[in-house]
Write a protein that binds this ligand. Structure first.
Ligand SMILES: Cc1cc2nc3c(=O)[nH]c(=O)nc-3n(C[C@H](O)[C@H](O)[C@H](O)COP(=O)(O)OP(=O)(O)OC[C@H]3O[C@@H](n4cnc5c(N)ncnc54)[C@H](O)[C@@H]3O)c2cc1C
Length: 286
């Protein structure tokens, strides 16, 4: 596998990046770590004469805490998130989830923004961020930023809301409210997950006051499972019955609309969801 020739552009601002995208149109593509895009080029699944490297664009860099949110620049790598002291202090579950993404070579260069923009249905971060009600910010150079909940940003397999020349700049992740915890679990045979589950539980007065169940990798896109969430509310946090958790897992499996693919049959994935939802929700309440 060899890379076909292309011109490499390294803009230093978003304005410059958009100007390059406009100039070269369909013959240009943005990239950050290149772990997905360069693979596609090598395999001959895509071809571009111009690649626009976003790593030098300052507003896509860094992690900060702002207005009760962790704000992660789109160009921050999985490895940087896994090791960030700020993330470990404010939202350790994010660092734990990131440590389970891919392998160390991919995490070292692959970015959170690249993962979300590629919109592979087998994404751990997209599912995890859905359970946290995260939002993304994106814009074209010269225009104001737009915000969208992660549930709207990911439209389907390899499809996002991003239009021509629009760049994902950051991901805003609300810090957990008091009494809440989030847990993530995945199951994988191959490189990408077969099933990914993230659950948030908020406990008040010994009962589940809020439940969020997000399921990904099994269907066309990550989804929340409202029926599962509803049935968990009001359960005693210290002794959630196995029957109730199994029922919630069943509802989550239905909501996820599993499909047969190279990572497993729909039936098998639904069974994985049943097991992972029960385990993950229990972990979040513990
Ligand atoms: C071997 C392997 C194993 C993997 N395992 C897992 C796994 O277990 N779990 C998981 O969730 N993922 C997994 N992945 C996916 C991995 O997380 C992504 O490859 C990585 O995060 C993509 O980031 P990148 O910066 O390299 O993207 P790039 O390849 O640079 O870009 C990907 C796409 O997004 C676009 N893009 C990138 N950044 C922006 C931006 N800021 N604005 C607009 N468009 C942009 C590009 O045009 C391109 O179409 C795996 C990948 C590999 C290769």
């Amino acid at each position: 596998m060899t890379l076909p020739p292309f011109d490499l552009h390294r803009p230093q601002s978003l304005e410059e990046a958009t100007e390059l995208a406009d100039r070269y149109g369909e013959d240009a593509a943005f990239y950050c770590g290149g772990t997905e895009l360069l693979l596609l080029l090598k395999l001959g699944f895509a071809s571009f004469g111009h690649l626009i490297d976003l790593k030098g664009v300052e507003e896509l860099a860094g992690v900060r805490s702002e207005d009760g949110c962790l704000v992660v620049g789109a160009a921050v790598t999985h490895r940087a998130l896994e090791r960030s002291e700020l993330v470990r202090e404010r939202l350790p579950a994010l660092a734990d989830m990131e440590r389970k993404v891919a392998n160390i070579r991919v995490r070292e260069v692959g970015t959170l923004g690249g993962n979300l923009c590629f919109s592979d249905p087998h994404s751990d971060p997209a599912t995890f961020l859905l359970a946290l009600d995260a939002e993304v910010e994106y814009r074209r150079g010269g225009e104001a930023a737009q915000r969208a909940p992660i549930s709207d940003f990911v439209v389907g397999p390899y499809q996002t809301v991003l239009g021509e020349g629009e760049v994902l700049t950051s991901v805003r992740i609300p810090e957990l409210p008091p009494g809440a915890a989030v847990a993530h679990a995945k199951f994988a045979f191959h490189e990408r997950p077969t099933a990914t589950v993230a659950c948030l539980a908020r406990v008040a007065d010994g009962e589940i006051a809020e439940a969020r169940v997000a399921v990904g990798s099994v269907g066309a896109r990550p989804v929340r499972a409202p029926a599962a969430e509803q049935m968990l509310i009001g359960a005693p946090a210290e002794e959630i019955g196995n029957g109730l958790l199994a029922e919630a897992g069943e509802r989550a499996g239905e909501a996820a609309a599993p499909v047969d693919d190279a990572t497993g049959s729909a039936e098998y994935k639904a069974q994985l969801v049943r097991v992972l939802v029960a385990r993950t929700f229990r972990e979040a309440t513990a």
